[in-house]
Ligand binder design. Structure first.
Ligand code: FES
Length: 119
């Protein structure tokens, strides 16, 4: 039988934990394509490896993902507007652009994140 400490070591997957660091080395299924059906559709919230995330489909069809907290003051980006290839925060209109492109044929991956605002 496992001790409480051993059980925690194997079951906790948050940032900085042993199993969390292991799982973050691999691609994980996060959502199904029909949950982000079309460009500029409503964003989706999910909790993955003990982290609250928001996903959206950009205007160009690529998928964006980030923590569900605006980089400015931490408001939920789930309530932002999905437009112009980014997610716009509803508070002070910070725009976050995040693109994940995956080509599984030759294992290419790319990630770009940019942020801008009216200030
Ligand atoms: S909290 Fe999002 S723009 Fe300030």
């Amino acid at each position: 039988m496992l001790t409480r400490e051993e059980n925690d070591l194997l079951c906790e997957v948050g940032p900085g934990t042993l199993m969390g660091e292991l799982f973050r080395r691999f691609w994980l299924p996060a959502t199904l394509p029909w949950e982000l059906p079309e460009p500029d559709c409503a964003p989706v919230r999910l909790r993955l490896l003990s982290e609250d995330l928001v996903l959206w489909r950009n205007t160009d069809g690529s998928v964006g993902a980030m923590q569900n907290a605006c980089p400015h003051r931490g408001a939920s980006m789930f309530f932002g507007r999905n437009e112009e290839n980014g997610l716009r925060c509803g508070v002070y209109q910070v725009v976050v652009r995040a693109f994940y492109r995956v080509n599984m044929g030759n294992r290419q991956r790319a990630l770009a994140v940019a942020m801008g605002g009216p200030w």
